[in-house]
Write a protein that binds this ligand. Structure first.
Ligand SMILES: [Zn+2]
Length: 210
């Protein structure tokens, strides 16, 4: 059982990211039992929850003539336009019904500001607005962040990179993630992760490591 220096960060295991959801991640449902098994090996679990207002800037439907998966330029940079997903309080924004991490201590909701998206659990997409997660983890003595969830190449990768940038040791648990893989985004993300010094393991290795 990993103790106070470790945290399992479970990213966006929500209905809208499941294969029948509004922003489906292929085979996203396969990670649920793996995340559940991982969670039994960690005293400290933190969940993230994508949590948008209906008029959110990341939704293609809120931009005239735009379609999902196009990109637009916003004040903070390029933004992928997504189908409407994870609207606050809707069933699509709820955690997958089989996600079993009742001992999770904290749920970080992200993307709740209309004008800023947030893939990362640590810093919003303007790259300036902190969520507070880094400060919380430091304050409770966490040194190592273990990342799993959806999707590998967006919210998981951005969270892992920001965890590294905040000074934590970071491991990506590869078989407990699935990717969207839009225009080579998975390969790009994996390269950035290795350049940043993010480790990669599978769930069994992660559980076995003291
Ligand atoms: Zn979102």
């Amino acid at each position: 059982m990993k103790g106070q220096e470790d945290v399992l960060l479970v990213v966006d295991v929500q209905n809208d990211f499941m294969p029948d959801g509004a922003l489906a991640v292929p085979r996203g449902d396969e990670i649920v039992p793996i995340a559940n098994r991982l969670a039994t090996g960690f005293e400290h679990v933190v969940l993230t929850q994508d949590w948008h207002p209906r008029d959110h800037v990341s939704f293609a439907a809120n931009h005239d003539g735009r379609r999902p998966f196009e990109t637009i330029a916003l004040a903070y940079g390029e933004q992928v336009l997504w189908p409407v997903h994870c609207v606050q309080g809707t069933p699509g924004a709820a955690f997958h019904a089989q996600l079993d991490a009742a001992h999770a201590r904290l749920v970080i909701r992200k993307g709740y500001r209309r004008a800023i998206d947030s893939y990362s659990a640590f810093v919003e997409a303007d790259r300036r607005t902190p969520t507070g997660l880094a400060g919380y983890l430091r304050e409770v003595g966490v040194k190592r962040v273990w990342c799993c969830g959806l999707a590998t190449d967006y919210c998981v990768a951005w969270s892992a990179l920001d965890a590294r940038a905040a000074g934590f040791e970071v491991v990506l648990i590869e078989d407990a993630c699935r990717a969207i893989d839009l225009d080579g985004s998975l390969e790009r993300a994996l390269r950035q992760l290795s350049e940043a010094g993010v480790g990669r393991m599978n769930a069994e290795q992660a559980i076995a490591l003291p």
